[in-house]
Design a protein around this ligand. Sequence first.
Ligand SMILES: Nc1ncnc2c1ncn2[C@@H]1O[C@H](COP(=O)(O)OP(=O)(O)OP(=O)(O)O)[C@@H](O)[C@H]1O
Length: 262
Amino acid sequence: MNVTGTQLEIVMNEVTMRYRVEHGDVLALQQVSLSIAKGEFVSLLGPSGCGKTTLLRLMADLLQPTAGEVKVAGGSAGAARLAHKYGIVFQSPVLYDWRKVRDNVALPLEMMKVGKVERMRKADELLELVGLHDFGNKYPWQLSGGMQQRVAIARALSIEPEILLMDEPFSALDEFSRERLNEELLNIWAQVGNTVVFVTHSIAEAVFLSDKVFVLSPHPGRLSAVVDIPLSRPRTSEMRSQPAFFELITHIREQFEGGESL
Ligand SMILES: Nc1ncnc2c1ncn2[C@@H]1O[C@H](COP(=O)(O)OP(=O)(O)OP(=O)(O)O)[C@@H](O)[C@H]1O
């Protein structure tokens, strides 16, 4: 795959992933090819078990494909990982309850042996970016679920990753918090400008956030469609009730073969 004139960040060529299990193996992904441009915001969308997390883990070099190739920033996914090109945000924020919020954000910098003054400065800057500047001295358990996830985003951004991988980061939140965090995430992305790969079950969330949606079908996981989202930016909450938004949702819904529900 090649897109002339566009700098590609992630390229997957015919990627197949089989997990070995006790009695045989599970074909999680079959011959998936895709490309993501530098600075793009893309979503991986599909029903449970279609291989979204597997795809994300392959991109992050946390798994090795059974067949096919994963290229990141012109090299291997392994080289990108060693060069600290990835920030990862999981479904659950995985914060350390005994560390203050600021110290949680600064943790990756601490592991990279960045000096205390610099890492505290950076952590405060990131807490400002995610709208939590007054919460650096609190503990995670003193924050709401949405605030905790914003701390996790700040932490993932602390190493200034070229690529932010997000695995259903808002799926445990109520719909109001989720929609607000969608808008906040886009504001953060507009300032940071990195490449974002966002996993979701929600068609509306994928449409609202993305430049492009990769639609996956299950058993085995395959890429069934790539849908460009031509909505203008910045995206606003009013867009959610506009006809263009609903048309895109309907179009994506139609991509699911056999009426598989999300
Ligand atoms: N470590 C593993 N060992 C065996 N099978 C696995 C493993 N991880 C995932 N699978 C299987 O691979 C397939 C894809 O799983 P994956 O978690 O990537 O899907 P998903 O789309 O992210 O699902 P969900 O939305 O429920 O998180 C599923 O059939 C799953 O059972």
